[in-house]
Design a binder for this molecule. Sequence first.
Ligand code: DWN
Ligand code: ZN
Length: 425
Amino acid sequence: MDYKEVKRCRVCGSRKLRKYLDLGKLPLANCLLSSPKEKFKKYPLQVLFCEECSLSQLSIVVDPSILYSNYPYHSSVSSTFKRHCFEMAKSIKAMFTHPKTYDGWDGPQPNPSYGKPIENLIALDIASNDGCALEQFKANGFNVVGVEPSENLAREANLKGLRTHCEFWGEKELGWITPVDVITASNVLAHVDSVYHFLLFAKKKLRAYSNGFIVIEVPYLKNLIEDNQFDTIYHEHLSYFLLKPLVLLFDQCWFKVFKVEEHPIHGGSLRVFATPYEREADASVQAFLNLEEDLGLYSFKTYKDFSKQAERIKSDFLDALNFIKNQGKKVMGYGASAKGATLLNYCGVNSSHIQSIVDDTKEKQGKIIPGAGIPVVSGDNFDTNHPDYISIMAWNFSDELIRKTESHKLRGGKYIIPIPEVTIQ
Ligand code: DWN
Ligand code: ZN
């Protein structure tokens, strides 16, 4: 069987899991087809709410080797994301300064280097993709090492001189990785079933000397609910996190969450800092927990209401495309994203509505979106086909995608942005 049913919450173990969203049986969003005749499977896409810890999670786990052995997603395609990684590396670097004294310090004076930056830091990025974040940590003076399970991406990172090991993190002891000062894991914990293994393996790799810590960045369920981001629900994303289940998970792995930030990337992400060593937690931790409570994010009703929004957006998007189609106008998409594939298939959109989707990722060009059957093409197709509308399929990068299609706008072309509401501009 290439997938298994989820019977217990992966964070707290509870069996009190209640379904609140069912997007039907959909193809695997990133498993693009090489030809229209290529066979593909559809899998149930349902989200369950844990009544104990408020974790949202899919009702199944698809075999990761099917999802990630040859992964078409390249983080470095987006300059927005690159900038985001640079800022993250810069802010993390500033957190490493020599303490007043070290454990067991018996010098007559406080540590002479007190307050100065700690040099020769080592950063490990888990699921480092094509080395996008590694590059930015290197630019901030870190020594870097990556772990990436997709051969194509690990190879690309190593060719850029970014030492990357092609492994799944948390599956087995990676003894050859020496202790590091900081571990980052951006957009990966949501993809992991054995979240305890993941963190316990990370704990072993954090250096005590620098009070090492881990930085986990995940799409924030608060934004998913507030901004109708149901298209970010697909088989790669097993969990949809709030801070509450994350704090529980870290606690149970002897980590202490000491700082939390919210960042706009990918539609709204939560950045959680946690360490196995002594570190004072700041006010941000309790502030986010209070916010989640105030927003009703620990109540099942919030999620039932959200599922009605998804149905509404679905009919709005299909109505808009059918109206444009009946006018004989031409629509192309931009950004053959996983979220885009989910949206197209959930809404029943196909190549009669959107004739092709441009993507700047070379590996995606020439492929076909499974289910919707829409071909992925290169950017020059905008200028050869002159669409009347461009449907932005990666709304989290709307600004960047609209900036890159200036000529379409100058021709009087319009944009369809489907999330958080279907808008035409
Ligand atoms: O968690 C995940 C997120 C971080 O990225 C992964 N599971 C998979 C992936 O999800 P996604 O495919 O929905 O992510 P994006 O980043 O919204 O996808 C953007 C798509 O648009 C990519 O295929 C690249 C493409 N793109 C482009 O062609 N030109 C993006 C930009 C910014 C561009 O200029
Ligand atoms: Zn739970």
